[in-house]
Design a protein around this ligand. Structure first.
Ligand SMILES: Cc1ncc(C[n+]2csc(CCOP(=O)(O)OP(=O)(O)O)c2C)c(N)n1
Ligand SMILES: [Mg+2]
Length: 546
């Protein structure tokens, strides 16, 4: 008979077997057995300061690597704190797994310590959410959670782990270990479907290919660039809650209004695209929907009825590769449309090159990003993270998209400092920059301590306008200047907070001081915050000249 094994050891060894050796966690009674098991399994526990931060870190691993990130939190309040951040990962289509400790099975329904219906709580913000029910099956549960998170449209998965199952011993022979991850990619396009899509694109006068958040990493953007060159149809990644008004996309609203064919490549037809209907679209625009979820194809059929030319279930990446291999057989027409589209997407107003602040000791956001841009561009492996309201939109408009994370379709602010820690864990050398607002930095400022403790340097460029400006701008627009209230903040010295936590702080009121501050922050080798005092300026709205 083989030696018995503890449930917690099965969990830790299963994670190690599946290549998930780094776990973002916040400790608690229900999971200390896993902390113990992590020693022998060789897991690296990154101990954070709020459960949501652990989820954001796992989310960033998922987005940057395509492999599932793993967060581990305790039951009850730990789980409840983590759930909010799952919403961000869901919107970003990020593969990650949340493992939550849980009251013991014998306590359930009896008012056990921190007992709450955890799987039900996280069900709406995950692809799958369940509670383990047998120690011998814990390994299989872990494998299944990772498989679901990484397949089809990637996303977060939750698994609750009752503490008695983690502490119980089972005979090693009875354990069901996880299957090694399958190498097969998702459903692809049939040859005939790929050919039909390409001829629809070739016949259209003004086609646009729109990809969803899962295509936003650098490798997938490169794939889309090839597809654009091969088909003559502009390709766009939509990953922002601002939808077509995402400043990254330049004058996209002017472009999309003229499209006669929209190819959705793993892009959900939702509010971000205004369901491709209404005054912002050509009433005759036709649609092709390629999506890993049959439900999304059905939605497109329901929304656009006879205007949906082709709907098919396929993985976005493999569909893109398939279209590319077939497109190699056709020569795209030299297309004025593509040239027009590129200049609408990539062009920026000339005045941004010279606009300056009108307020003493405050910078215009454009001045900040003109100064930051050379540092972001210097190394192709640089990771850029944008988070918050109006200030960050200027960053999204003025900085390159190469290797970039934004808070995403969920429209939830606050994850960026956690994203930066994960980015640094997987990128040992190139700079990691965060661009964020002063409201947003408050969500997880304590993660600077985690970053200092773990030796994970990055540079956060904070646009401090002492205001939740995005919401202030809504008040101004909707209710008038005399009804703007309640959105003010103090012009706090966040740089000093970061220095107090052991990081590097810089305070900037003048544009001439910014390059020096960036240089010193990079050279410090510490997690750094450059607190730049800025004017409250609305996000840019880029439109083509009339
Ligand atoms: C979790 C979450 N809470 C609230 C909001 C609403 N919200 C969006 S932007 C914003 C203001 C952000 O302020 P700041 O970080 O200072 O950026 P600014 O707009 O001032 O540049 C708020 C409150 C949100 N999107 N997500
Ligand atoms: Mg602000």
């Amino acid at each position: 008979m083989s030696a018995p094994l503890r449930g917690a050891d099965i969990v830790a060894r299963s994670l190690a077997r599946l290549g998930c050796r780094r776990v973002f966690t916040l400790s608690g009674n229900h999971i200390m057995s896993i902390f113990d098991a992590a020693l022998d399994a060789g897991l690296d526990l990154v101990h954070v300061r709020h459960e949501a931060a652990a989820v954001h870190m796992a989310d960033a691993i998922g987005r940057l690597t395509g492999q599932a990130g793993v967060a581990l939190v305790t039951g009850g309040p730990g789980h409840a704190n983590a759930v909010g951040a799952l919403y961000t990962a869901l919107g970003a289509e990020s593969p990650m797994v949340l493992l939550s400790g849980h009251a013991a099975t014998w306590e359930l329904g009896r008012g056990g310590f921190q007992e709450i219906r955890q799987a039900e709580m996280s069900s709406p913000v995950t692809k799958a959410s369940w509670t383990a029910n047998a120690t011998a099956m814990l390994g299989r549960d872990i494998g299944e959670a990772i498989r679901i998170a990484t397949s089809g449209r990637p996303g977060p998965v939750h698994l609750s782990l009752p503490s008695d199952l983690l502490e119980a011993l089972v005979d090693a022979g009875a354990i069901v270990w996880p299957e090694p991850p399958a190498q097969v990619s998702g459903a692809s396009l049939a040859d005939a479907t790929a050919a039909a899509i390409l001829s629809a694109i070739a016949e259209a006068a003004r086609p646009i290919i729109i990809a969803g958040p899962l295509m936003s990493n650098a490798g997938n953007r490169a794939l889309l660039a090839k597809l654009e060159a091969a088909t003559g149809a502009p390709t766009v990644v939509m990953e922002s809650p601002r939808g077509t008004a995402d400043a990254t996309l330049g004058a996209f609203p002017d472009l999309i209004a003229r499209a006669d064919l929209i190819v959705l490549l793993g892009k959900a037809l939702d509010f971000t695209l205004k369901w491709a209907s209404g005054p912002a679209f050509d009433p005759n625009v036709r649609l092709i929907a390629i999506d890993p979820d049959a439900m999304m194809v059905e939605r497109a059929a329901k929304e656009k009825a006879e205007r949906l030319l082709i709907g098919c279930v396929a993985d976005a990446r493999s569909a893109a590769r398939m279209l590319l291999s077939h497109a190699g057989k056709i020569t795209p027409r030299p297309s004025r449309w593509l040239a027009e589209a590129r200049s609408a997407l990539d062009g920026r107003p000339a005045e941004w090159r010279s606009v300056v602040s009108r307020t003493e000791a405050r910078l215009h956001p454009a001045e900040v990003f003109r100064a930051l841009r050379p540092y972001v561009e210097r190394d192709p492996d640089t990771v850029l993270i944008c988070d918050g309201g109006e200030f960050a939109q200027w960053g999204q408009a003025m900085l390159p998209v190469g290797r970039r994370l934004i808070n995403g379709v969920a429209g939830s602010i606050g994850g960026s400092l956690s994203f930066a820690l994960s980015a640094r864990l997987i990128e040992p050398r190139a700079p990691v920059f965060v661009v964020l607002g002063d409201g947003t930095i408050g969500f997880h400022i304590a993660e600077f301590e985690t970053a200092v403790r773990r030796g994970l340097p990055f540079v956060a460029v904070l646009g401090n306008d002492a205001r939740w400006n995005a919401e202030s701008q809504i008040q101004l627009r909707e209710y008038g200047a005399n009804r703007m209230h309640g959105c003010e903040l103090l012009p706090s010295r966040y740089d000093r907070v970061v220095a107090a936590l052991g990081g590097h702080g810089e305070y900037v009121e003048r544009v001439a001081d910014l390059p020096g501050a960036i240089e010193r922050a990079l050279a410090s080798g510490k997690p750094a915050c450059i607190n730049v005092m800025i004017e409250s300026i609305a996000a840019p709205a880029i439109r083509l000249p009339e």
